[in-house]
Design a protein around this ligand. Structure first.
Ligand SMILES: Nc1ncnc2c1ncn2[C@@H]1O[C@H](COP(=O)(O)OP(=O)(O)OP(=O)(O)O)[C@@H](O)[C@H]1O
Ligand SMILES: [Mg+2]
Length: 358
């Protein structure tokens, strides 16, 4: 928990954000404090747009759209984002200009690959849609793990994309009319190689999350949380044998029925499965605990706390949970959006009105 082990922790933080022609903002400069920053205002005023600009400046992509063009203010032809940030060993400046394509500079030097941008500012975001991590299908949980691990282990991305390619080829073959089981051998070997590597990373990071989440969740809610991760790829030999045994089933179904593309983790609150028995607020709090655990895992990995972006986070959490939670993030920079003004120690308030900060 931050309040305990993060007490003297090192945090990175954003000092200043300048945006021009970004979503509904003409031009705006915002100075942040290293602690809690609260953007409040009515609906559709531009609160989430601020988080989006920060996220975009950190990762080079949005969490709301795949189309960069959507970010440019209507009737304008470019958009500009400048971020000044502080890290333990250095300060830095990121500039991204979005026009027909995007141009990124780091401390005035042009960046060629997006991967050179990622990792300069680390952010963890929590949006209302994240409830799907626990309530939605297993692909949401795999995606949560993939996004976290990709930022910390470049080799993970390599293994994952090779696994996906192999799976696609195998599934394509399974759909053919003429096929023989022996032909699957080469794909099965490859699936086992990449799949078991991915399993090893996922196991490592799920274990890291588990080691954090129990205390964090208990502190906010008083509830017990448990996470069980399961995978077909825990053991290479067993997985290959499993693939072999299932070949006739795969032939009939025309897809690959076992592998890390079916991985999942189940979450239990007080020994009851959360997606079946949890309330909306319990689901949201459990996702929040997962995200807080992710923050701790990142800190363990890079020796510095990332920035926490919380979109609309007050909705569905009662006052007690909000207070406990905010008390636990005193040592990191938090940027929050909400409808109503809230009064918290060590925080700076910004009112957002029609694309202007007051
Ligand atoms: N490219 C764009 N150009 C101009 N305005 C835009 C653009 N994209 C979105 N908007 C406007 O931005 C506003 C929404 O901003 P945002 O999502 O930040 O609202 P919000 O304050 O977070 O609201 P809520 O409380 O409902 O979540 C809308 O009025 C929308 O029309
Ligand atoms: Mg919003």
């Amino acid at each position: 928990m931050f309040a305990v082990c993060g007490k003297f922790g090192v945090r990175m933080y954003i000092k200043e954000l300048k945006i021009e022609n970004f979503r509904n903002y003409k031009i705006e400069k915002i100075n942040f404090i290293p602690k809690i920053n609260i953007f409040h205002g009515d609906n559709a005023q531009g609160k989430t747009n601020i988080l989006e600009a920060i996220f975009y400046g950190s990762l080079g992509r949005s969490f709301r759209t795949n189309k960069d063009k959507d970010l440019i203010k209507f009737d304008e032809d470019f958009s500009n984002i400048d971020i000044d940030y502080h890290k333990k060993d250095r300060d830095g400046k990121i500039n991204i200009k979005i026009a027909n394509r995007k141009f990124i500079t780091l401390n005035g030097v042009k960046i060629k690959k997006l991967s050179d941008l990622i990792g300069n500012i680390n952010v963890v975001i929590f949006t209302p849609d994240d409830i799907n991590i626990l309530k939605g299908g297993p692909e949401n949980r795999r995606n949560f793990l993939d996004v976290m691990i990709s930022q910390l282990r470049p080799q993970y991305v390599y293994n994952l994309s090779n696994y996906k390619k192999t799976l696609e080829q195998r599934n394509k073959y399974l759909k053919q009319e003429k096929k023989s089981e022996d032909m699957l051998e080469i794909w099965d070997q490859k699936l086992a190689e990449f799949g078991c590597n991915i399993y090893t990373y996922r196991r490592e990071f799920v274990d890291k999350l588990i080691s954090k989440v129990k205390d964090i969740h208990k502190n906010i809610t008083g509830e017990d949380i448990r996470i069980d991760y399961s995978s077909d790829c825990e053991n290479r030999e067993e997985y290959i044998a499993h693939l072999k045994k299932n070949r006739h089933i795969d032939f009939a179904r025309e897809y690959t029925s076992c592998g890390i593309h079916r991985d999942d983790f189940k979450t239990y609150i007080n020994d009851k499965e959360i997606d079946t028995f949890g309330s909306q607020g319990q689901n949201r709090t459990a996702v929040l605990s997962l995200k807080l655990s992710e923050i701790e895992v990142i800190n363990d990995e890079i020796g510095e706390y990332p920035i926490l972006l919380l979109d609309d986070f007050m909705s569905e959490l009662d006052q007690g949970r909000i207070k406990k939670f905010l008390g636990s993030v005193q040592d990191i920079q938090v940027i929050i959006t909400c409808n109503n003004k809230i009064d918290i120690d060590n925080s700076k308030l910004f009112e957002v009105k029609e694309g202007k900060i007051e």
